[in-house]
Design a protein around this ligand. Sequence first.
Ligand SMILES: *[C@@H]1O[C@H](CO)[C@@H](O)[C@H](O)[C@H]1NC(C)=O
Ligand SMILES: *[C@@H]1O[C@H](CO)[C@@H](O)[C@H](O)[C@H]1NC(C)=O
Length: 432
Amino acid sequence: MWDRLTIHQIFFFAFSLAALSWLLAPKVGCDSISADGMNNSVGSYCLLGSRTRSEASVITRLRAWGNSRSSSRTVSNGWSAVGGQTYGVYYHHQDPCGSSSGSADSMALGLAAGTVGVETMGSITCPAIRSNLVSIKTTAGLVVRDNVAITILRGSVGPITRIVKDAIPFQTVPDYTKSCKIDGLLNSRLGVPRNNAENPFATNMNLTPIMETFDRVLDVIRGLGATIIDNTNYTAYGEVNGNDAPQQLVGPSEYKMDLENHFRSLVDLIACTKSLPEEEYPSRDIAYWELASEAADFQSAEINQAVEKMKYLGGPGGIDGALDAAGADALIFPSVCSSDVPGLVGYPVICVPLGFLPEGTVEKRNPRGNLVEEAPGIPFIGRPYSEQRLIELAYAFEQFTGIGLERKPVLLPKSDFCSTMKRRGLLSRILS
Ligand SMILES: *[C@@H]1O[C@H](CO)[C@@H](O)[C@H](O)[C@H]1NC(C)=O
Ligand SMILES: *[C@@H]1O[C@H](CO)[C@@H](O)[C@H](O)[C@H]1NC(C)=O
């Protein structure tokens, strides 16, 4: 879906990500989350050297945990003009998925203790899962978003880490540490919206091995004391995707508004991007920017109406409706399908690894020849601000399955977390 979908792909086509670690000290800094002393260029040569008026509060807060950082930057499908192509670590020429793949890759390579990404629809979940990691896409607005290049309507900031527990320090208020309970799935109720597989992105994939894994995992979850309520389908799912979907109107409009709030005129940016050879236009196209530059005003009646429709599709016709019908705590369905509905309304998604596709699964490549290989994940999707419960479910699942540890990366870093720390004299400080 991130290959097709609107705001996401293009919003972050230009927006590079970074990663920051907070637990011990090194922070991997960022191009779409403003940080003092960094290039906040979102991967674009046209924006290189940009400074925001002030640093994102989320960085300032994390900075309190340590005093060093390094940077990484990537965008949708791992490419940005400034950063070039990034690959996922588990297969040769693996498409790392966008747009927070800089953060996910840094994490997978062991360059950070934890990283941060931004998501509207799949941008944290997809790269995290391709890299076999845990991600928490928080409820939109739960984590402060000042000086973060993300849609205010439904965008989130959230951690990408190796295990659920590592993601908790990010959530300073409230403290979710108590959610890490071994029996978190006991007496829980989980709905399965099977018609999410009709997602146009998923219909182009070989879903069979993923669904087989998923169905096996449902049995494991039942064994841990959960009740599975199958076929709690999204009643309005038929209107979520496609050319008439309301987000086709809303996406460009909010993108235009948010981009102009953050940077400079979209018209100038389009002209600049077309003129610089490093931006690789038209091979790396800016069709969405052009769409956005002509989009209706975000405050207009037309957009207002479409936003209301989106809220319905994500809420009563989507997540709230399915949760109510099943009396469920959360919904689960393989991650390749499931970012679209929560993305309409900024609802939370906590995703943990589901392992890898079996050896010998037919490889699919994107038009640039990069491997669209899924290391599938299982998302726990809930109502706004239900992170505490979602963490309980995800943590218990992770503890009992230990999925995701069985394959070695094919790419290895030239430097690692510990040697970086040592070089900076931080290791002794932390250990003492
Ligand atoms: C910002 O980008 C310029 C040009 O690529 C580079 O020379 C400089 O080192 C960068 N600054 C930081 C803090 O990364
Ligand atoms: C739910 O969706 C699946 C997949 O589209 C379909 O096979 C199933 O019949 C639906 N179930 C209900 C109860 O609507």
